[in-house]
Design a protein around this ligand. Structure first.
Ligand code: GLN
Length: 195
């Protein structure tokens, strides 16, 4: 049973845990540094990226997570999580984990009316329902980044090595295929974070 760390300092983490459990994985809530020991994969949920980023730093989780992700620990990052992974933000000077060579625009669809649902093809899965909530957008990708989905020409999902970044919220729908894809990567990577 894969032990998956789910960042649980703020945001929509409980929904990810339920999907992971449904797929036979063991979610572990990450609230302090010692919770990282032994995780085989990482989920960065949606929420508010500035709050999450500051808490990651204050709680001593930023450096070990950054090192683990940079050396191949599989990550599934949704919405605010994608912002945490981005090497650069177009409209914010902050850089958090900075492990994915993409430029991301926060609140790219507008702050108030920026929530909507779309259906679009996702690489390897066919059509997927995508729920966007004050979503970010990947505005440019660096070398080695693969685009997994676009909605109306705008990038909604990317992969770089073992990092998957989504602008939308797969944990809020009924479809667990993206989490299953992530767990396949976790099995293939066979990594375990050691503090
Ligand atoms: N707008 C949020 C941010 O910039 C992300 C929204 C989300 O995670 N649903 O951090």
């Amino acid at each position: 049973m894969s032990k998956i760390g789910v960042l649980a300092v703020q945001g929509a983490f409980a929904e990810h845990e339920a999907v992971l459990r449904g797929l036979g994985a063991q979610p572990v809530e990450l609230r302090e540094r010692k919770d990282l020991e032994g995780i085989e994969g990482l989920v960065l949920p949606g929420g508010e990226s500035t709050v999450q980023g500051k808490l990651l730093t204050e709680l001593g989780m930023m450096e070990p997570l950054k090192a683990a992700v940079a050396s191949g620990l599989p990550v599934l990052a949704t919405c605010a999580g994608l912002i945490l992974l981005a090497e650069k933000l177009e409209n914010d000077p902050a850089v958090w984990l900075g492990t994915m060579p993409v430029v991301v625009r926060r609140n790219a669809y507008g702050r108030q009316l920026g929530s909507f649902t779309a259906e679009a093809p996702f690489k390897g899965l066919g059509t997927v329902e995508m729920i966007f909530i004050r979503a970010p957008e990947v505005v440019s990708t660096g070398p080695g980044v693969e685009t997994l989905a676009t909605v109306n020409g705008r990038i909604a999902a990317v992969a770089f090595g073992n990092q998957i970044g989504l602008a939308f919220h797969p944990e809020l729908g009924r479809d667990s295929r993206i989490h299953a894809l992530f767990l396949e990567r976790v099995h293939a990577a066979g990594q375990r974070l050691r503090l």
